[in-house]
Design a protein around this ligand. Sequence first.
Ligand SMILES: [Zn+2]
Length: 293
Amino acid sequence: MFSETKVRLFSVFFLLVFSFLLDGCGPPVPITPEPVKMPEKEQQVTFIYEDSFSEEEQAKLETWIRFTSDAAQKVLGEFPFDLYYHFHREDSAIQAVLFGHTARTDSINAAHFYVDPSYSLDDLKADWIAPHEISHLAIPKLGKTNLWFFEGFATYMSRQVMIETGVLKPAQTDSINLARIAAVRENFETTSLLPFVADSLIAAHQYPAVYWMGASFFDQADKRLQAAGKGPLVDVLKKFQECCHVTTMSIEEVIESFDKISGTFLFSELYTYYTTTPCNEILVTYKASTPIQ
Ligand SMILES: [Zn+2]
């Protein structure tokens, strides 16, 4: 009589031998071939000099923009197009980067930088303009009436990029953002709706007010996504570059796309709130308690 343990051991031994025979000597098991992945086209980065720069200056500018562009795409996902970076010379400027803007057509995605090349590489890296302009490229160009959204996006995202480049510390970035948003509250003490108020502030060259009001949308979105276990916001952006970023999109299509990627209705709900709520109610939770840095 076998004991129960011996019967169990025998069964295990038999199964091992049987499976060895099947694997080693049995008929070949059909293997589904792995789909052959075509090599993806590598993103090309082109530098264009609009003015005369020495070789040394060109090397410094290219090192700076490659560093910032790589950091931006590490945070926001690789943009699905080639990039063109233009440099304009601004001698004796009061700061390393005086000005910047993007220039986009159906086939060209470019950013222009007006720089004083006498500043050091560290000075260039510490400036906010390149992270801001390159962040713009993470979503399609939107109409002029959506400037609060478009600029708010670049304002909020540039801070995430500056954490990646080491200019900002993660721990202090949130409180700086909150202080900057709180500081523009007084520009929105009206019962009018944001799209109209933003347009009149832009017409009056009150850009920081519109930028930081817009940034509050993305601050809210990021925090709500994380509270729902669906964040952070930059992860939605990374997926957006892979699946959904095309040249021409309306703001509604961008928002619908963010909703689908995050598996929420958070972006469309927030967008409705921002565009239909009297301005003086939108920023009530932002208190001017932190000094601006
Ligand atoms: Zn901008």
